[in-house]
Design a protein around this ligand. Structure first.
Ligand SMILES: [Zn+2]
Length: 353
């Protein structure tokens, strides 16, 4: 029997199933702001060696540990009178975007931006106490895993004919206005974060209002023009020279296998410093009833019926922080297994030798 090495990431995989809700979900009750005008923002004290504006925070990538110590934010008051906290540069860029939109008679404001990990924990504790742990885990984003922790994720709302349109179900009634807003994002260093039909990658459904500041207009333009998610950009940015071999499959179409490879690349991007060399489809013959049974046994929540295996070659950095991988080693024929989810996407369910 082959010795199995499962990286610690597998734990994340199990957790993600339980984590829900990022933007739309639960909010803290906003402190009624005492400050006056929107533009009169005040800078928070202390900190900063600078944050990484390209940091990926999602359901499987936690906020970097020293983030909150480095973060510089401003507070503003929106048209409803709520206090909103935003990372400083992101706020400046937002004001420029807002001004540019106003020239086209499009009016927006900030519904929410930064939520601290502590705030999120308080919401989680509150919900756990009131409704039990299961419900809390299903309803509240896991503390540490919301992009709103960064201060770089902004939820916009629309102001139409002087009326605040803040509810998600109302905001989606204006696709043509959102399209005009999205067109301008990259010019100010923002991207649209949760694209339509990309839930299997981002973990969230379409949110036209959730934008993310990345502080690089060129990269923002590339991401918006290619119509890709931030995960996809980061996956492909580090994997430009990755050799892909999808072989000949009678079980899966090229599109199916491409989507699976994308998932692997995205996940691989979380292995800091690892260099990906190649990904090969393991072939239809690797898809056996035994393997399927093994995967379903390991993932008791997933009653999967379709799986696909891939072999990867990659190199670990000199000092890898991942305790399950050896430093400075070339891994070859390392296996990744994906299973088909109910929504037709892929989920990484197993990896190792
Ligand atoms: Zn959001």
């Amino acid at each position: 029997m082959k010795k199995r090495i499962l990286i610690s990431l597998i734990l994340c995989l199990c957790m993600t199933a339980a984590i829900l809700a990022g933007c739309g979900g639960t909010k803290t009750a906003p402190d009624k702001a005492t400050e006056a005008a929107t533009e009169a923002a005040t800078v928070d004290e202390a900190k900063s060696d600078g944050i990484d504006y390209m940091a990926l925070v999602n359901k499987t990538h936690a906020l970097p540990e020293d983030w909150e110590a480095k973060l510089e934010t401003v507070h503003m008051t929106n048209s409803i009178g709520d206090d909103v906290e935003v990372e400083k540069k992101a706020y400046d860029a937002y004001l420029e975007l807002k001004a540019a939109l106003e020239k086209e008679n499009i009016f927006v404001d900030l519904d929410s931006a930064r939520r601290s990990v502590a705030d999120q924990q308080r919401i989680m504790d509150d919900f756990t106490e009131k409704y039990g742990k299961d419900y809390a885990l299903k309803t509240v984003a896991a503390p540490g895993y919301s992009e709103h922790h960064t201060g770089l994720a902004l939820d916009l709302y629309l102001i139409i004919d002087g009326k605040d349109i803040t509810e998600n179900e109302d905001m989606v009634q204006y696709p043509e206005i959102w399209a005009k807003i999205h067109e301008k994002l990259a010019d100010y260093g923002f991207i649209l974060r949760y694209l339509e039909g990309r839930e299997h990658i981002t973990g969230y459904g379409y949110e036209p209002w959730h934008i993310r500041y990345i502080d690089d207009k060129d990269i923002a333009k590339e991401i918006m023009q290619k119509d890709i998610t931030f995960e996809e950009y980061l996956g492909t940015a580090s994997g430009a020279a990755v050799e892909i071999d999808l072989g000949n499959s009678e079980l899966y179409s090229k599109d199916d296998l491409d989507a699976a490879v994308l998932q692997i690349k995205c996940r691989f991007a979380s292995l800091d410093g690892c260099e990906l060399h190649s990904i090969r489809y393991a072939g239809d013959s690797a898809v056996t009833d035994e393997k399927l049974a093994e995967i379903n046994k390991k993932n008791p929540d997933g009653k999967f019926t379709q799986i696909a295996g891939f072999l990867m070659d990659f190199h670990t950095p000199k000092n890898t922080e991942n305790t399950s991988l050896e430093s400075d080693r070339e891994y070859t024929d390392y296996q990744w297994w994906l299973a088909r989810t109910a929504d037709g996407g892929w989920e990484i369910v197993d990896f190792g030798y």
